[in-house]
Design a protein around this ligand. Sequence first.
Ligand SMILES: [Zn+2]
Length: 104
Amino acid sequence: MAGLIKVHDAVILLRHHAPPPYSNISVRLSKCMDEYTYGECVVDVAKETIRIKINSTVPPIAQLDALMHEWAHALLSTLPDEFEKHNALWGICYARCYSVVFET
Ligand SMILES: [Zn+2]
């Protein structure tokens, strides 16, 4: 069985195959997040930047899932009414991220 793709390699794939509206996107792993927060995505519309933070203390598969989850929010970062929701539109974005990471 092939090993799990690393978060860093998944970011490279996502940048290439699912670029968000703001190209200034950074992803970093952090061990300073509370245990129930797996990831977060912060958008600065004025600066056109997206900052994703992933909890490095959770298992690798959970880090990868958090990355795809937050990247799906990032894809909606120019739609303020949609950005924070987990609705069907977000679900399509999440599916796109999943497909890029696991099927590319
Ligand atoms: Zn979310």
